[in-house]
Design a protein around this ligand. Sequence first.
Ligand SMILES: CC(C)(COP(=O)(O)OP(=O)(O)OC[C@H]1O[C@@H](n2cnc3c(N)ncnc32)[C@H](O)[C@@H]1OP(=O)(O)O)[C@@H](O)C(=O)NCCC(=O)NCCS
Length: 440
Amino acid sequence: MSYEYAKAPIDALSAERLAAQGLDFALVDTADREALTSWLQAESRGFHGGRLPQAKLDAQLSHVAHRRTTGVWDPDAPDAASPVATVSTWVTNLTVPGETSIPAWAVSAVTVSPTHRRRGIARAVLEAELRTAVSLDVPVAILTVTEATIYGRYGFGASVMSADWTIDTKRTRWIGTEASGSLSFVEPHSLLTEGYDLVERVRLLTPGQVEFADFLWERLLGFDGDPESAQTLRVVRYDDEDGELQGFATFRVVEVGDDFTKHRLDLRFLVSATDEAYSALWRFMLEMDLVSSISAPLRTIDEPVLWQLSDPRAVQRVGVREHLWTRILNVPVALSARRYSAPGTFVLDVSDDLGFADGLFLLTIAADGRASVYTLDGEAPDAAAALSLTVDDLGSLYLGGVSPITLARAGRITELRPGSAVALEASLRSPVTPWLSIWF
Ligand SMILES: CC(C)(COP(=O)(O)OP(=O)(O)OC[C@H]1O[C@@H](n2cnc3c(N)ncnc32)[C@H](O)[C@@H]1OP(=O)(O)O)[C@@H](O)C(=O)NCCC(=O)NCCS
């Protein structure tokens, strides 16, 4: 992948706006260890984290170098080298329906120091980074959020839900299929390459997944500079009858209270290339001795394991919330990149306060699920279906996990012809429930 985005110039409009407040908006030279260290420490403080110890800094320093790292500095502050705002962006690949992917502008590390809050700094840098993505022809932007109230105003819509599951393992037994392969404990480093290849192999099966480049991948295996991770993370792999790796899980077993028979298993990550691997890994965890519960955060809302247990009420979906937010920057490119579940012709009247996706579009889906998308200059043709919607709602619909029928009922999107939402739902629906299994 070309990393030209990392060095693309800072957006002039926002730089000017911030300069009017006496602030410098600039790129961090990621080869400059000292500058990058200040930026990482400011990011940690922005999320109320502690000062990063050297081991964590080392882990991050070596991995964020390919990212676009921007900050805002206040030259009048006593520690002028420490940024008062941070944002990091990079180009990744986002899986869309149809087992294919689209380049996406990942946005992360958005912080503004509490000393400089509510002066428009976040708005300036976010708008700047979106304009930079557009200038580089990246058709969508994505992020995962700590607060769900911030990003709608920039045109992001919640597109992928995630669920935290807990399972009372003493209350249920396995009624799923038998697997014919084998399970083995391995040390995390043994999966650095083979595990990554597996994750990459299955990434295209689930809309909403992104490439786990560098730090995102290695921290899943406990290589995040945290001694606790290194000491307690366990890794189990599943190989099929031919000895091929088809899945693995990383987890911790944690003592709870003073009853040694009631440990909790905290699942960190479980990936499988086959249904057999999925079943084998879940069964392994469910039947583990001295464990009475499993906590599995950030899983898909549609876990097959629910149907593999004798008592479905042993399973609780404790937290369901939006996880991935999607921002369409180029409507024709984004809509024609994915595949659709039913043919149809739609006129979409999209409004976008930032102007990137504003317009009237004709989406024509062929019988094979491929689409062509054109910008309409004037009159919309007599299409079968027509809707008006904001760009954030289009972002919510994009991956096929949010229904236009629901958004129409909620009064968020408007049918310009009756029945349009039902028709659009049939086309947009993804056969695989969208899911993103990591934070970024
Ligand atoms: C969230 C944060 C980045 C906002 O920075 P900021 O510079 O104070 O924001 P701005 O002054 O540019 O405000 C931009 C807009 O967002 C709104 N906003 C800012 N923070 C908000 C919050 N926490 N909740 C809801 N709205 C918020 C503002 O009201 C403003 O709205 P408007 O432009 O429609 O009038 C900052 O408070 C922060 O760093 N928080 C802690 C870290 C964090 O939560 N980061 C988000 C990671 S997902």
